[in-house]
Ligand binder design. Structure first.
Ligand code: GDP
Ligand code: ZN
Length: 309
């Protein structure tokens, strides 16, 4: 008999499958699975919906026979086989980037790179600015300015203090009935925020040492946690940036919503918005319609090695 399940953890060749009653089986894959277009090192990822057959009721083992089509997925270039992709997670409803303008301060460049990756995977992002309690008046004004900047381009922003409880309810409501990728640099307060709404859950955010992880064994696996019925968060320990896979320079501006809206106004349709004449993007930056910091992030992405091709 075939059962429906959700992949909540992957360790390479074994997968934790959660059935509709919440029972967990250890499953393996039968047969070969491919996704069209490119090769992947892992055919199944956290968040995948599968069909499986129970192999052994006592040992809780199962065989995965089918994978449902994905609504979306995040993929990175494989650390081991550079021509391959490694799927980090599938079927996400949204991403939440936890940042802070206190310590350790999240750079706007990092926020922008995250947003661009999420755009490329067609995943909506909300930005949380945590540790608002330790900002002074000037810091709070700056935070408001940054929040306004991102809200203008369409990203919802929430100010929180995980330790004092401010904004925690809004965070909880945002997660309700959704599958959410939760990201942020270590130290921004991700575990404190999650613990504030789900004290029983022990997020392993700091378990994978980023230092020890720099060696050869850099394959990291995402993990899914159930906070409430139909409410899941996906944690990606050890993954610092999502990055862009197979993205040409010309495509990068498509992932900046405020640029995307103006692209057809540039004189050249292959404009990189660098120093071409008649560039609507540069004009919008000069007029203050596009934030300078966003344009700087854009430039560093097309100049740097962020766009891998
Ligand atoms: P993670 O690495 O993102 O999971 O960060 P943690 O949740 O472990 O938090 C890192 C440190 O920041 C801890 O000492 C927390 O107590 C502290 N912290 C987390 N959130 C806040 C906050 O909103 N305000 C203040 N003042 N400290 C916080
Ligand atoms: Zn242009």
């Amino acid at each position: 008999m075939k059962n429906k399940g959700l992949i909540i953890r992957s360790t390479g060749s074994w997968y934790d499958i959660r059935n509709e009653d919440g029972h967990i089986y250890q499953g393996r894959l039968k047969g070969k699975f491919k996704i069209k277009g490119f090769k992947v090192t892992n055919p199944i990822a956290v968040g995948d919906r599968v069909l499986f057959e129970v192999e052994d009721e006592i040992e809780n083992t199962a065989v995965i026979t089918d994978i449902s089509d994905r609504e979306n997925y995040i993929i990175r270039q494989s650390v081991h086989k550079t021509a391959h992709g490694h799927i980090i997670a599938a079927n996400l409803d949204q991403a939440i980037l936890i940042a802070t303008l206190a310590m350790p301060r999240t750079s706007l460049g990092f926020i922008d790179r995250f947003l661009v990756s999420a755009e490329s995977f067609r995943i909506l992002t909300t930005i949380i600015f945590n540790k608002s309690d330790i900002l002074n008046e000037e810091g709070l004004a700056y935070q408001q300015e940054i929040m306004d900047l991102y809200e203008r381009i369409g990203y919802q922003c929430i100010s929180t203090s995980a330790t004092e409880g401010a904004g925690v309810e809004a965070f909880e409501q945002l997660l309700d009935q959704k599958v959410t990728l939760l990201s942020g640099h270590s130290g921004v307060g991700k575990s404190t925020l999650v613990n504030a709404i789900a004290p029983d859950l022990n997020l392993r955010t700091n378990e994978v040492s980023t230092f020890a992880n720099k060696g050869v064994h850099t394959t990291t696996f995402a993990e899914m946690f159930e906070l409430a019925p139909n409410t899941y968060i996906i944690d990606t320990p050890g993954i610092k940036e999502l990055g862009l896979m197979n993205t040409a320079k010309e495509e990068v501006s498509h992932y900046f919503p405020e640029m995307r809206d103006r692209l057809n106004q540039c004189r050249f349709n292959n404009c990189l918005h660098y120093n071409e004449p008649g560039c609507a993007i540069k004009e919008a930056v000069a007029e203050g319609e596009i934030a300078e910091s966003r344009y700087m992030s854009y430039l560093s992405m097309i100049e740097g090695g962020d766009n891998r091709r």
